[in-house]
Design a protein around this ligand. Sequence first.
Ligand SMILES: Cc1cc2nc3c(=O)[nH]c(=O)nc-3n(C[C@H](O)[C@H](O)[C@H](O)COP(=O)(O)OP(=O)(O)OC[C@H]3O[C@@H](n4cnc5c(N)ncnc54)[C@H](O)[C@@H]3O)c2cc1C
Length: 360
Amino acid sequence: MKKKLLLIGGGHAHLYLMKKLQEEELDVEVSVISPSEYQFYSGMFSGYIEGLYNFENIRIHIPTLAEKANISFIKGAALSIDAKAKVVLTEKGDIVSYDILSIDIGSYSGGVDVPGVRQHALRIKPTYRIEEVASTMWEAEDPVVIGGGAAGIEMALSLHAKRKAEGKTPVTLVTQSTLLAEEDEKTQAKIEQIAREKGLNVHQNEKVSNVTSLSIVTSNGNQIKYDQLLWLTGPKAPGIFQTSKLPVDDKGYLLVEDTLQVKEYPAIFAAGDCASLRAYPNLPKSGVIAVRQSEVLWNNIKGYIKGEDGIRFQPKGKYLSILSTGNKEGLLLYGKVSLHHHFSWKLKNKIDRRFMDNYQ
Ligand SMILES: Cc1cc2nc3c(=O)[nH]c(=O)nc-3n(C[C@H](O)[C@H](O)[C@H](O)COP(=O)(O)OP(=O)(O)OC[C@H]3O[C@@H](n4cnc5c(N)ncnc54)[C@H](O)[C@@H]3O)c2cc1C
């Protein structure tokens, strides 16, 4: 009987695996579990909320991709993993067995324990919420975005650009620190200047302590009115690893070696946001990393099936990132280089479209 390879989640690395399995057959039965038939590409969410892309541009139909590679598609969310018995329980009550397990389920929305957030704020994760989030924020009277990291800034500026072109009220962005707090001071000053020039209403160093149905209250005692609130304060670990008693880091992400395998259970692999590499605990949670891990994951799963040793994931010193700032402009960041220009957006558009074309 053939061995079973089970993929949980349709994240970046699993898209790559499914594509590779179209080209090269392995001597295993492969299944993929996903709560949605679609995988949404967050790199293009800013362009979607600005109205530059349509819904079809930003999503991939997982069953079609799976069918082409002879992979069975199982609709559902994995709820727990029994690593000793080698079975996965789904929320529908299905029990799916495996010989090799690969997990690429991303991360969930962080910061949602602030009182009122769960009741009143919109969240993008699960990412199939993007359509509802965008249409609600387009129609809002007083739209507020919380979060001054790359995702919050991109979404706020892109939504702002669309609303401005339509003569609607500006967007407000609230953040507990400065904008892009993890970048150097020069980059922080630059994004602040861009936001100011574009007319975004920015509140920095205001930590949200409470959300009511009409306003947010910050730790400085300020009240900021809103009618629609988008919560984008960064990632948090999915709960499945802790409930399954798998080894996790201090934030609850699945701990893996640089071969992307769980040390205690080498038949379990993981990539992308959901995994934390023991050797590189501070890797950013970003799609770029998930994409870079794809090839290692594919190589090492193939090697494991054949009984060979895996190769090691080695992060690069610096990664290219490009933030949409609205009106087809982008802020390109690469090491000490930062460039705010239409060219940067064009490059981002080209990279994102090329990624999506691979899976259509
Ligand atoms: C608004 C926004 C914009 C961003 N823009 C960028 C950008 O431009 N560049 C960049 O590098 N990063 C960007 N990021 C970060 C990026 O989204 C994540 O780092 C990236 O998606 C992680 O990829 P992944 O492969 O780990 O998982 P994901 O792409 O999140 O995919 C995980 C998949 O697993 C599924 N899943 C979840 N739970 C389960 C379960 N229990 N069972 C089965 N399936 C499950 C999900 O539905 C999803 O389809 C952005 C994030 C946001 C919020």
